[in-house]
Design a protein around this ligand. Structure first.
Ligand code: ADP
Length: 259
């Protein structure tokens, strides 16, 4: 109730009367804070791989290394630059979703898209998981195909990355006149409930080291949230540590077509 930020300006003072202007700048102040945090986070995220990379460059310049070690260093350097590329790519995706007006709606052929996501899951898993597909009802979505792909593919790749080998990943696509749902259910590491409300914040991770080792940027679910909100869709997350998670994108009936 008291957490408002006000700015006060003395505009005039005359004949024992004050003219004060009081402005509620809570929103602007909050946005400024978010922007500062974001810039600090981006710098930090890029600085880490950059430091490692320049360390290797120095090592290669200073000491005589045999061909095998040289190859090893070059591979590690390649991984760090790949990491920076993924971060920059995700930042660009996020900024285009946030700043550009939504592209004109098209009818997105969901049977084809869901099948492509299943094939993506199989490719990413490379035989380490059981990939299942459950589909109910027929129809398509109205929206931007590229934004839907970037949202739903992120859910799929997270499921693969956070599910140990031997687990299963189920893609569920349900459509009815009441609305549509695309869900990804995994038998992976799960998430402690206290983290769930913050998962869609940029760069928020439950376990930073694990995310980095899994090739994560910490931006995936922020992209999911923004892409979905442009389709008036919501993201529902349910999870149990050690048992698995379910990420469901729910679309209103106004987005469903051809039922
Ligand atoms: P990241 O690139 O780190 O995966 P995301 O924004 O995609 O970033 O996800 C944020 C965090 O949410 C991850 O770091 C991870 O801790 C958690 N998370 C996302 N998906 C899953 C999942 N299917 N199972 C367990 N944890 C997950």
């Amino acid at each position: 109730y008291f957490e408002r930020v006000l700015s006060l300006y003395l505009i005039a003072y005359a004949e024992n009367h004050w003219l004060l202007q009081v402005k509620d700048i809570t929103q602007t102040d909050r946005l400024d804070g978010m922007r500062r945090d974001f810039v600090a986070n981006v710098s930090h995220e890029l600085r880490t791989p950059l430091t490692v990379l320049s360390g290797f460059v120095e090592t290669l310049q200073e000491i005589d290394v045999d061909t095998e070690s040289r190859q090893h260093y070059l591979q590690l350097m390649g991984e760090q630059s790949q990491r920076m590329q993924s971060i920059v790519q995700d930042l660009l995706t996020l900024s285009s979703i946030e700043s550009a007006p939504p592209p004109e709606d098209q009818q997105v052929d969901m049977a084809t898209l869901v099948d492509k996501l299943r094939r993506d899951a199989e490719a990413l898993s490379a035989g380490r998981h059981r990939i299942l597909l459950e589909s109910e009802g027929q129809g398509d979505l109205l929206g931007s195909e590229s934004e839907l792909v970037s949202a739903l593919a992120n859910l799929v790749s997270n499921a693969v990355r956070y599910t140990p080998a031997g687990g299963s990943i189920t893609l569920i696509w349900k459509i009815s006149a009441a609305g549509a749902e695309f869900a990804v259910q995994d038998t992976g590491i799960g998430i402690d409930p206290k983290h769930i409300p913050r998962l869609t914040e940029r760069f928020y991770r439950v376990d930073r080291g694990r995310s980095r080792d899994a090739g994560g940027t910490g931006l995936g679910l922020a992209i999911v949230k923004h892409s979905l909100s442009r389709h008036q869709a919501t993201l529902e997350i349910t999870s149990k540590p050690g048992e698995g998670s379910r990420f469901a994108a729910k679309f209103p009936s106004s987005r469903v077509t051809g039922v």
